[in-house]
Unconditional design. Structure first.
Length: 407
């Protein structure tokens, strides 16, 4: 029988690969069209009736691109729709959320020191919060408050900061920032699914029926697309943050996230201004650098110190009671805990890698699958085998894990 832990790891890898590929496609097309729209020459009287045009060169060829404010006189047969990149990115991202944070809730999602939630409660909060984000955002956009785009962006920023604080109050630090990224990405993908694409379909249907499309649909779609443009870079930061404890394990992680959204604005403002030929706001680089330095300073705030039981409890109890646990416990303490500790003793290491601590029976038991995959099935840990874990010790880890999973 194939090793289920290894199969699960490969499935997670495959889904993550798909997520990265589709995200690259979505972000690339989004950035390209925003840059294209901003860079169009609209001061030319085009015979085609287009709103603007731009000549581009790439890959040894020249491209002549024209944009119609509403639609061309006749609808082409080979119209390309940009939508699946967004849908596939969100679907693969949610699949990862299930595989990593829902199925591994005890290890990644729930932190009893922050909120002693049952797994079903944490998963419920996660799902409901994502739905809430879209509904609240969409209602605000469609209200009178949303008539002023600057006011709307400020309101959206306040919501995002509030959600950062909320997530950091109910989930582990790692899950908090990841969920804030998922919360934002859900808004972005829902913008495409519920607003941008339906509005474009209305325009196409009107044109095919011989009616003059209402320009408001394009205006609304462009507003939502602009929001997505400014939210993209913070989402990438938040998705990568789970690899960096300095970002997610600090007690100031919600404030770090708030500043990351501001960095997204300053960076995009520079490139959008450059593409629109409205100036070269180099001040944004200084502002971004200062924001990042502030984030670095905040990251030195005290790390979360979860108060965990010494003895294994809950689902982890099965691994703690499995044959060979005492030996594995000693192996991990001797080979791993000098780094994976609240206060690592390895020279030059200031925090446990990925925030993983392996000092107590409980911590070791809940990390059983990771220990098995990283140090038993493979030799990924310890890195370069710096603590000299012996082959027979790795074999003991494998035997212990299999004894617990195949009683």
């Amino acid at each position: 029988m194939y090793d289920l832990a290894a199969m699960g790891a490969w499935i997670e890898f495959a889904v993550r690969w798909v997520h990265v590929i589709t995200a690259i496609a979505w972000i690339g097309s989004s950035f390209y069209f925003i840059a294209l729209d901003l860079g169009l020459h609209r001061d030319r009287n085009l015979k085609s009736g287009a709103d603007g045009e731009e000549w581009q060169v790439h890959g040894g060829g020249f491209y002549h691109v024209q944009k119609y404010l509403v639609a061309p006189a006749e609808m082409p047969d080979d119209l390309i729709w940009f939508k699946w990149e967004s849908y596939a990115t969100w679907l693969s991202g949610f699949a990862l959320l299930i595989l990593v944070y829902y199925l591994g809730a005890e290890f990644y999602l729930v932190d009893p020191a922050i909120a002693d939630l049952a797994i079903w409660q944490a998963v419920g909060i996660s799902i409901l919060s994502l739905a809430f984000g879209w509904v609240a955002y969409d209602l605000i956009c469609k209200s009178k408050f949303g008539d002023d785009n600057t006011r709307l962006m400020i309101g959206l920023y306040v919501i995002l900061v509030a959600m950062a604080y909320f997530y950091s109050s109910v989930f582990s630090g790692r899950a908090a920032l990841l969920h804030l990224g998922a919360f934002t990405a859900t808004i972005m993908s829902a913008n495409v699914f519920f607003i941008i694409m339906p509005n474009q379909r209305i325009v196409v249907a009107d044109l095919k029926a011989g009616r003059t499309p209402d320009a408001k649909y394009g205006k609304i779609a462009k507003q939502r697309s602009t929001h997505n443009n400014y939210l993209t870079l913070p989402v990438i930061f938040l998705m990568l943050s789970n690899h960096y404890p300095l970002a997610f394990a600090s007690e100031m992680n919600w404030l770090i996230a708030a500043l990351v959204f501001l960095m997204g604005v300053t960076i995009r403002h520079y490139f959008n201004s450059l593409h629109a030929r409205t100036g070269n706001p180099t001040w944004t680089w200084l502002a971004t650098a200062l924001l990042f330095i502030t984030i670095m300073w905040l990251s030195t705030a005290p790390m979360f110190r979860a108060v965990e039981p010494e003895q294994a409890t809950g689902p982890a109890l099965r691994f703690a009671q499995a044959e060979g646990f005492d030996q594995v416990h000693d192996i991990v303490l001797g080979r791993c805990s000098m780094c994976h500790a609240a206060e690592p003793t390895w020279d030059g290491m200031l925090w446990p890698p990925k925030g993983v601590r392996l000092e107590t029976e409980h911590q070791i038991a809940i990390a059983a699958k990771q220990i098995y995959l990283q140090s038993g099935l493979t030799h990924a840990m310890p890195p370069a085998n710096l603590s000299y874990m012996r082959p027979e010790e790795r074999a003991q880890i494998v035997a212990w894990y299999k004894a617990a999973t195949n009683p």
